[in-house]
Design a protein around this ligand. Structure first.
Ligand code: MG
Length: 159
């Protein structure tokens, strides 16, 4: 059995009056993420982890923000497109582990929905998708509520 591991990282700034999408789920909030797409920073980190596992570059390279096709795009479509790449035909996702750093709002009520949505897009069991959330104890740009930071790690195996 051949395995590959990939990691991804992304940050988006927070601003008033924007929708907050995380892990494919809309989080009730008066603030959201500044982005060319829907700003789903968790899915962006996950996409970069999947691309990293096969050394395929990053989502900025695949879906450039200079391209109007990706304006306001649902990031679930980007995730599906990554797994639809010809290079991914020989591989499947064993598991994914995502850590979201956000000061507010609390994400605990939304974690299970994110696992459901992400696993459905990836075509795997929610048991194979971990989503964890933390604050940064009010430290740094995350702690000041200026941004959201996400790390993702995936393991993939050859079919
Ligand atoms: Mg991003």
């Amino acid at each position: 059995m051949e395995y590959r591991i990939g990691q991804g990282y992304d940050v988006h700034a927070i601003a008033e009056g924007l929708p907050m999408w995380l892990g494919g789920v809309q989080i009730p909030s008066e603030k959201g993420f500044v982005a060319h797409s829907d700003g789903d920073v968790a899915i962006h980190a996950l996409c970069d982890a999947l691309l990293g596992a096969l050394a395929l570059g990053d989502i900025g390279h695949l879906f450039p923000d200079s391209d109007e096709r990706w304006r306001g795009v649902d990031s679930k479509e980007l995730l599906a497109a990554v797994l639809d790449l010809p290079e991914y035909r020989q591989w499947y996702v064993v598991n994914a582990d995502i850590t979201i750093a956000l000061q507010a709002p609390k994400l605990a009520p939304h974690i299970e929905s994110m696992r459901e949505v992400l696993s459905e897009v990836m075509g795997i069991s929610p048991k194979r998708v971990s989503v964890k959330a933390t604050t940064t104890e009010r430290l740094g740009f995350v702690g000041r509520g200026e941004g959201c930071e996400v790390w993702a790690i995936v393991l993939i195996a050859r079919k």
